[in-house]
Design a protein around this ligand. Structure first.
Ligand SMILES: N[C@@H](CCC(=O)N[C@@H](CS)C(=O)NCC(=O)O)C(=O)O
Length: 239
């Protein structure tokens, strides 16, 4: 039996970074994919009509799947991702879960300063990721999404920080992989979904992305039918 159960929806969204960490570090877990929307309206996710942020935040009760209606009150805050594990462990908040595995799997730097730098990167990366995900749930074209999220300015800063550590040839902090690197991989996935050429302007970041994406277990995860079926977020059918 798997040691952990990770519950998340059929999107990458806020759950994929945890899936990456668990897959890449051989953690025994059950990846429980919960349907968010009821059959009645599911097709809208795949159509041009899609869902927009107002509807995602205030769905009509009969829009939610039976599975999610049953699970929601059992989770800590009524949202996913949600993790259960040994000794009655129950955790919500994606970055609390990420940090838990960071500590447990020795993916949190070599000392307090490295851990603080990892936290700093996680804070800004998460803020940026949420901005990109929300932009995909709003009615605007991709050029406006890129402009309004100021994503290019942020990528330039991230690239600069990466280049300051080991000339950008390794990881973001110190000399070993950390949860910040998995979080950056996930953010760069989302950027690539927004624009397939966006990373071309950031060669060091692009090389980092390719290195992370080609790690054996990450590449296997990305190549799986399950991963390929996931959308970046719950709208517009964007992979
Ligand atoms: N602050 C939470 C937010 C989690 C969250 O927004 N979850 C959304 C999906 S990404 C959700 O559960 N939506 C369904 C609902 O609220 O009923 C985190 O970062 O984990």
């Amino acid at each position: 039996m798997a040691e952990y159960k990770l519950y998340y929806f059929y999107v990458r969204g806020k759950g994929q970074v945890i899936r990456y960490v668990l897959e890449d570090n051989d953690v025994s877990f059950e990846d429980i994919v919960v349907p968010l929307w009821s059959e009645k309206i599911k097709q809208r996710c795949l159509s041009d009509q899609g869902f927009y942020i107002e509807e995602v935040l205030n769905p009509k009760p009969d829009w939610l799947s039976k599975e999610w209606q049953e699970l929601k009150p059992k989770t800590t805050f009524g949202q996913l991702p949600y993790l259960t594990g040994p000794d009655g462990l129950e955790l919500s908040e994606c970055y609390a879960i990420l940090r838990y595995f960071g500590r447990k799997l020795n993916l949190y730097g070599n000392n307090d300063i490295e851990a603080a730098k990892i936290d700093m990167l996680l804070e800004r990366e998460h803020q940026t990721l949420v901005g990109v995900l929300i932009s995909l749930l709003t009615k605007q074209d991709d050029a406006a999404r890129i402009e309004n999220t100021k994503i290019c300015d942020t990528l330039a800063i991230f690239q600069n920080l990466l280049e300051k550590n080991n000339k950008g040839e390794g990881y973001f902090v110190g000399d070993k992989i950390s949860i910040a690197d998995y979080a950056m991989l996930d953010l760069l996935d989302a950027c690539t979904s927004l624009s397939s050429t966006m990373l071309d302007a950031y060669p060091t970041l692009k090389s980092f992305y390719n290195r992370m994406a080609s790690r054996e277990k990450i590449a296997a995860c990305k190549a799986s039918e399950k991963y390929k079926s996931f959308y970046v977020t719950g709208n517009l059918g964007r992979k």
